[in-house]
Design a binder for this molecule. Structure first.
Ligand code: MG
Length: 244
C-alpha cells in the first residue's frame, strides 16, 4: 500500500514536471472564434443580439391565449395586466434562453398573500417563475416572488417595495423530451432577482401546478413565453430575450 502511494506521488510529480516542460500552445483553443456581442449601455439594456419582446411602444410581439391581439393596457411605455382579459403570450416560441424582464406591483397595496401583486412568467408556457409583491407579505415560501411556483423556494427575498420596478434575469435550459414525451433531461433554471441570485440552476419537476405535484407533459422544442393575468394590476417593461 505504502509502495503504491509512493508510486502515485512519483507519477503525479512526473506528469506535473513534464507539463511544465511541455508546449503551452498545446492547450490553447483558437477555434471557433467567440462571437462579438455588443452589450447594452447598462446590464438592463438589450445587447445587440437580443430580441426585444417589449420596448414600451407596442404589444405586437404578444397575443392573447386565443390568438387575438393582446388586450393588456399599454401606457407610458409600460404594459399592465388588464384583469379578466387573460394571459398573454409571445407570438414566437423559445427554448433555451436568457430572459430579462422588469415588473412592478401596484404602489397601493391591496390584498395579502397570493392576492397581492400576483402575476407570473411561464417559460415555454408552463414553467412559472412567480411574480408577487413579496415585500413584507407572507405567503408559502415556494409561492413567493422568484419562487419556481410550488417547486423551488428562492434562496433570498430580494423584493423591492410595492410600486418600484424590479428585474428578473432568467437563464433557462429547456427540457429534452423523447418523441413520446418521456423526459431525456429535465428543464433547469437560474434566476437573478434585482441582482441577487435566487435560483441556482435548479431542476424543474415539470409543468407548474396549482394543485398536486408537477409533472412533465409532451410539448414542442420552442414554446411561447406567457405572462399571467392573476387579476392584479402588475406592470411590465423592458423585456428582451437571447435564444441560446
Ligand atoms: Mg403567479
Amino acid at each position: 500500500m505504502k509502495y503504491r502511494l509512493l508510486s502515485l506521488a512519483v507519477l503525479i510529480f512526473t506528469i506535473e514536471a513534464s507539463a511544465q516542460q511541455g508546449d503551452p500552445k498545446l492547450t490553447e483553443v483558437w477555434q471557433p472564434k467567440v462571437p462579438v456581442v455588443a452589450p447594452g449601455k447598462t446590464n438592463a439594456d438589450p445587447p445587440a443580439d437580443a430580441k426585444v419582446l417589449f420596448d414600451g411602444r407596442s404589444l405586437a410581439m404578444w397575443q392573447s391565449g386565443d390568438g387575438r391581439d393582446a388586450l393588456w393596457t399599454l401606457a407610458d411605455g409600460v404594459m399592465t395586466v388588464k384583469p379578466g382579459s387573460g394571459n398573454i403570450r409571445t407570438r414566437e416560441g423559445f427554448g433555451d434562453c436568457q430572459l430579462h424582464i422588469e415588473w412592478r406591483t401596484p404602489a397601493v397595496v391591496k390584498g395579502e398573500g397570493q392576492g397581492r401583486g400576483n402575476s407570473g412568467i411561464f417559460l415555454m408556457g408552463r414553467y412559472e417563475v412567480q411574480v408577487l409583491d413579496s415585500y413584507n407579505n407572507t405567503t408559502y415560501s415556494n409561492g413567493q416572488a422568484a419562487s419556481i411556483y410550488k417547486q423551488h423556494v428562492p434562496l433570498a427575498n430580494a423584493s423591492r417595495p410595492p410600486g418600484e420596478w424590479q428585474a428578473y434575469d432568467i437563464l433557462f435550459t429547456a427540457p429534452r423530451l423523447y418523441p413520446d414525451g418521456r423526459v431525456k433531461t429535465p428543464a433547469r433554471i437560474t434566476v437573478i432577482h434585482n441582482g441577487v441570485l435566487v435560483q441556482n440552476n435548479v431542476e424543474l419537476w415539470g409543468s407548474s401546478q396549482y394543485i398536486g405535484i408537477a409533472s412533465y407533459e409532451k410539448h414542442g422544442d420552442l414554446e411561447p413565453i406567457v405572462l399571467q393575468d392573476h387579476g392584479d394590476l402588475v406592470s411590465f417593461r423592458n423585456i428582451w430575450i437571447r435564444p441560446l
